[in-house]
Design a protein around this ligand. Structure first.
Ligand SMILES: Nc1ncnc2c1ncn2[C@@H]1O[C@H](COP(=O)(O)OP(=O)(O)OP(=O)(O)O)[C@@H](O)[C@H]1O
Length: 501
């Protein structure tokens, strides 16, 4: 055993329905070290942390904590040992308040009753650490995804963990929130916490982590210090070959006719904005999380009440009054929160992929199962979704679920794609494939609106970027003006934006 390790997994294995997902996996976490766990979608990362947190029992191997060996950990043993996990898919209860969620399972008590005063005080402490300024009695269901993610992190910190496991913690955070998290993790490291960090954002891993374990198809293919390894080296460790450029070469699309135009558009947080979306462009939406990006997408999609002084969609005047009307006008929407909105988890991968097609006029009775199977197989190939397409979507890894949410719109071939963080949780190789697809769509004359929490994605992929702030467009950056600095500056304030522009 590594002398300093707090926790060590030894030769863990796990199968689902006879399919080996982890084979002979070992990993050792040391205090005061940020340890990256990398691997492509479906490599087994979440399964491994489910074994470490006691959520799943291994089929073989053992877990050693402070030198004591366990065949399996129960969740309460894991908690007592000081393990806290920030899950990729949030585990919060929508109807409970921020404070209640943070304390859930560990409420401070007085005379046997929950001590709400102590709960509020302690919850405030951890919320301050993660920069959550919201009223602690706000129901978590009312918060946007990024803020819910911060509540999830605060919940883990509430337990004062010795071992903190974070499964893609920044995937729904804005650049600013991600910076807050970076500072927090550096502080926890200095205080001696052992941190296991899963991310598909390799720049982040390079910046934060000192050690890496790489999983490929459920086996450890590298376990080493990150000293002297660059981002390309990391990709090589993950995929076993030299990486190409992550972003496709940008060339302007020839077609630039306006396909959507709204004037005085208001919806949700949005107040009176003017926007034009052109065929052949990828229009990025950036800014801090929750500044109206999602409301803009949902308002355009007819999923949120909206008004406008003037609106034209695909040569038709007026706003789409419903989602089905928006679909008929050629709009498609890929949501960020795939579990709640994008997918039917208990249905098969193939069924989900065909879903937008079912609604078409030809009707259910005229479905052609053989043609659907063929199409689903083609889509799965294009997005590297491996394995049996009759499996339920809920059995897929998070990143693969995201790919299904994107793939399902491809057969419908809509001219206007509204994408809400489409590469969240997607591995680097698939990101590359999605970027190529999106640029290809633009070259074919489609209009794409891409809201993204991944600033490099906005910089390298978009023709224009609208930076949102407080329900308005703080800056509309043309291609030559798009940079990380300009986006962050516009997100933070108008004066700063002027300087950057
Ligand atoms: N409950 C389950 N039932 C069946 N198969 C499962 C289950 N949970 C996970 N799997 C399978 O195990 C494999 C590993 O999944 P896991 O979620 O651990 O991957 P991951 O490395 O975390 O991927 P991602 O980067 O996409 O989150 C996948 O093929 C997945 O389909």
């Amino acid at each position: 055993m590594t002398p300093q390790a707090i926790i060590k997994a030894n030769g863990l294995s796990k199968s689902f329905f006879g399919n080996p997902v982890l084979q002979n996996v070992s990993i050792a976490l040391e205090p005061g070290r940020i340890h990256a766990l990398l691997g492509e979608n479906g490599a087994g990362k979440s399964t491994l942390i489910n074994l470490l947190s006691g959520a799943l029992a291994p089929d073989g191997g053992e877990i050693e904590i402070d030198g004591r060996s366990h065949r399996r950990l129960t969740p309460s043993e894991a908690r007592r040992a000081g393990i806290a996990v920030v899950q990729q898919e949030l585990s919060l209860t929508s109807d409970l308040s921020i404070a209640e969620n943070i304390g859930l399972g560990a409420y401070p008590r007085r005379f046997g009753l929950i001590d709400y005063k102590a709960l509020a005080r302690k919850a405030r402490e951890v919320c301050d650490l993660v920069g959550l300024e919201e009223n602690l009695s706000t129901p978590v269901g009312d918060l946007p995804l990024g803020r819910r993610q911060m509540v999830e992190i605060a919940k883990a910190l509430f337990r004062k963990p010795r071992i903190l496991v974070l499964d893609e913690p920044t995937s729904s955070l804005s650049a600013h929130e991600a910076q807050t998290l970076t500072r927090l993790l550096q502080r926890l490291r200095a205080e001696g916490t052992a941190i296991l960090y899963i991310s598909h954002r390799l720049n982040e891993v390079m910046r934060l982590c000192e050690h890496v374990t790489v999983l490929k198809d459920g086996k450890v293919t590298a376990d080493r210090s990150l000293q002297g390894v660059d981002a390309a080296g990391l990709v090589r460790l993950m995929v076993g070959r030299d990486p190409g450029d992550l972003f496709p070469h940008w060339t302007p699309s020839p077609e630039r006719q306006t396909i959507v135009e709204v004037t005085g558009f208001s919806s949700g947080l949005l107040r009176d904005i003017d926007l034009e979306i052109k065929r052949g462009e990828i229009l990025g939406l950036g800014g801090l999380v929750g500044q109206g990006q999602e409301d803009l997408l949902l308002g355009l999609y007819g999923a949120l009440p909206a008004s406008a002084r003037r609106a034209v969609f695909n040569n038709v005047a007026g706003l789409p009054s419903s989602v089905s009307r928006a679909n008929a006008l050629g709009l498609a929407y890929v949501p960020a929160d795939r579990k709640r909105e994008g997918l039917h988890l208990i249905h098969s991968i193939a069924w989900n992929m065909m879903l937008p097609d079912f609604g078409k006029a030809r009707g259910l009775s005229r479905r052609d199962p053989a043609a659907e199977r063929k199409l689903a197989t083609e889509l799965a190939d294009r997005l590297s979704i491996k394995g049996d397409l009759t499996r339920q979507v809920q059995a897929l890894s998070g990143g693969n679920q995201q790919k299904v949410a994107l793939a399902k719109w491809m057969p419908a071939d809509p001219p206007i794609l509204l994408l809400n963080d489409p590469t969240r949780g997607v591995d680097v190789e698939t990101k590359r494939e999605i970027y190529v697809l999106l640029r290809r769509f633009a070259a074919q004359g489609k209009a794409i609106v891409l809201s993204s929490s991944d600033t490099p994605e906005l910089v390298h992929l978009c023709d224009r970027v609208a930076v949102m702030r407080e329900g308005g467009i703080a800056a509309l950056l043309e291609r030559e003006k798009i940079s990380e600095e300009a986006i962050v500056a516009a997100a933070m304030g108008a004066e700063a934006a002027k300087v950057a522009a």
